[in-house]
Design a protein around this ligand. Structure first.
Ligand code: PLP
Length: 381
């Protein structure tokens, strides 16, 4: 099945009790049994819910995976995943990652004895230098947030295999339309479905997808045992969002290209980070492993100060100053004070994330309107 058909049909079926073509919101906490232990596969709604079942199947299909496991947020998915490991286990992660994932790893899981190495993975050969007998997982996020660096998933999969470790890819930025890590050798894909999959900035959700039955069984066990499950209304919204993912992503890519070119040509802009530029260091890999370059980018003004960035952020009229990304409407953010505020400044600067860096999630409005909005905001500085 091609993506457009898959996102609309795969994993979902009309409701067996009524024929409703759209999966109903099963707003129930429990299910009546014919007698003790004699039930229809549904016992209690933390364990199973029919709306969630269809969503999990649809998400798995979207990533060319067999098993989907859904959670109340992206971080709940990652938190549950980290429970696969034991004190002393080591995890090698990219150093340019979502701030909340970094906080979860450093502030929570390090306290429980997991050990993390945050390294530059733009050269996957770097991974081998940090592998020990205790290495259990390689954590990759690509394109990275907010510097839009590209990591070669296939090369990481080869390193993970050598190390005997799982390769997990946070695929939130690319979405299942632009990139499918399982096809490139990853063991597990993680999504903050809050972003492109939901696509309408109205729901928080996370998921894990794998083809490995043993891992899936452990994750279903943890999903039920730890309980960070999504509600049925949220699952419904995700099912609805997924059906238009391909159409939205095509427009995000078109608008992304126009805005990246506009920014690059503006005399007050010093640098634009977008992986569709042919001179981007990750361009060749991005072209190979992604179907398009997406609508995420960041840029620095020649006047690289917090004050200048603040002026731009408070001057846009269409771009809304807000955290998050991937919705139909364009958002503008200042990573140093917003999404990445939990990363210490020295570490942030050392990783190339400047004080004045501005991040854009380019939406699917008219591209000329978006460019005009950025132009007046930049020129207000
Ligand atoms: C938002 C985000 C997360 C966290 O997901 P939540 O749904 O907010 O918990 C993880 N990774 C990336 C890349 C994100 O953008």
């Amino acid at each position: 099945m091609k993506p457009a058909t898959k996102f609309i049909h795969a994993g979902v079926y009309p409701d067996p009790s009524t024929g409703a073509i759209m999966t109903p919101i099963y707003q129930t906490s429990t299910y009546v049994q014919d007698g003790p232990g004699r039930h229809k596969g549904y016992e209690y709604a933390r364990t199973q819910n029919p709306t969630r079942t269809q969503l999990q199947n649809a998400l798995a299909a979207a990533e060319n995976g067999k098993y989907g496991i859904s959670f109340g947020s992206g971080l709940a998915a990652t938190d549950t995943l980290l429970k696969l490991f034991k004190p002393g286990d080591e995890i090698i992660s990219t150093n340019d990652l979502y701030g909340g994932t970094y906080r979860l790893m450093r502030r929570i899981w390090e306290e429980y004895g997991l050990r993390f190495h945050f390294i530059d993975m733009t050269d996957a050969a770097n991974i081998g230098r940090h592998v020990t007998a205790a290495t259990k997982m390689i954590w990759v996020e690509t394109p990275t947030n907010p510097l839009i660096r590209i990591i070669d998933i296939e090369a990481c999969a080869a390193e993970a295999k050598k190390a005997g470790a799982l390769l997990v890819v946070d695929n939130t930025f690319a979405s299942p339309f632009l990139q499918n890590p399982l096809d490139l050798g990853a063991d597990i894909v993680m999504h903050s479905a809050t972003k492109y999959i939901g696509g309408h900035s109205d729901v928080v959700h996370g998921c894990l997808i794998t083809n490995n039955k043993e891992i899936a069984d452990q994750l279903y066990f943890l999903q039920n045992a730890c309980g960070a499950v999504p509600g049925p209304q949220d699952c419904f919204l995700l099912l609805r969002g997924l059906k238009t993912l391909h159409v939205r992503m095509q427009r995000h890519c078109e608008n992304g290209e126009k805005i990246a070119q506009f920014l690059r040509s503006h005399p007050m802009v010093a640098k634009v980070h977008w992986c569709g530029f042919t001179d981007h260091p990750g361009y060749a890999v991005a072209k190979e492993q992604m179907k398009g370059f997406g609508g995420m980018m960041s840029f620095e003004l020649k006047n690289d100060t917090v004050a200048a960035a603040e002026k731009v952020l408070s001057s846009t009229k269409i771009f809304a100053c807000a955290e998050s990304l991937g919705g139909v409407e364009s958002l503008i953010g200042h990573p140093a004070s917003m999404t990445h505020a939990s990363i210490p400044r020295e570490e942030r600067i050392a990783n190339g994330l400047a004080d004045g860096l501005i991040r854009l999630s380019v939406g699917i409005e008219d591209a000329d309107d978006l460019a005009d909005d950025l132009k007046q905001a930049i020129e207000s500085v």
